[in-house]
Design a binder for this molecule. Structure first.
Ligand code: ZN
Length: 133
């Protein structure tokens, strides 16, 4: 049976199989890894049960602590050297450092977390890793 999206176009799986690179890009944009049109998230971090456009089931993909781990890893590796550089170069006041890097860490974390969750769910989809549901 041929699977089509809402426009009548074949889904990615019909064309090229489950391409990891395409799926990761779609997941990063928080779109369905299968069709790339439907939204993967129903709120900031909650993954939809199914895609609203193609009906792809997404409920069995569980990212668990992966996105949080990757977010901390990336934010830490970006902000720690920046903090050291700024401190050794300009020696700003501690409250200034706290304010700037606190907002920087918070903003970067809030930006990365849902995108990394989308990418992890898309990775699981592309590799056909399904949890128990
Ligand atoms: Zn979809």
């Amino acid at each position: 049976m041929r699977m089509l999206n809402y426009k009548g176009e074949p889904l990615m799986e019909e064309i090229v199989g489950r391409d990891l690179k395409i799926a990761l890009k779609r997941g990063w944009r928080r779109k369905c890894p299968n069709c790339g049109r439907g939204s993967m998230m129903e709120s900031y971090l909650v993954v939809r049960q199914t895609c609203s456009k193609c009906g792809q089931e997404l409920f069995h993909h569980r990212a668990d602590d992966g996105p949080a781990y990757l977010t901390v890893l990336i934010v830490g590796h970006l902000m720690a050297p920046a903090l050291l550089y700024v401190y050794t170069k300009w020696r700003p006041e501690p409250l200034t450092m706290l304010f700037i890097f606190g907002i920087g860490c918070l903003g970067l974390s809030l930006y990365l977390l849902p995108r990394l969750k989308g990418a992890i769910v898309a990775f699981q989809w592309a590799k056909k890793l399904q949890g128990f549901a």
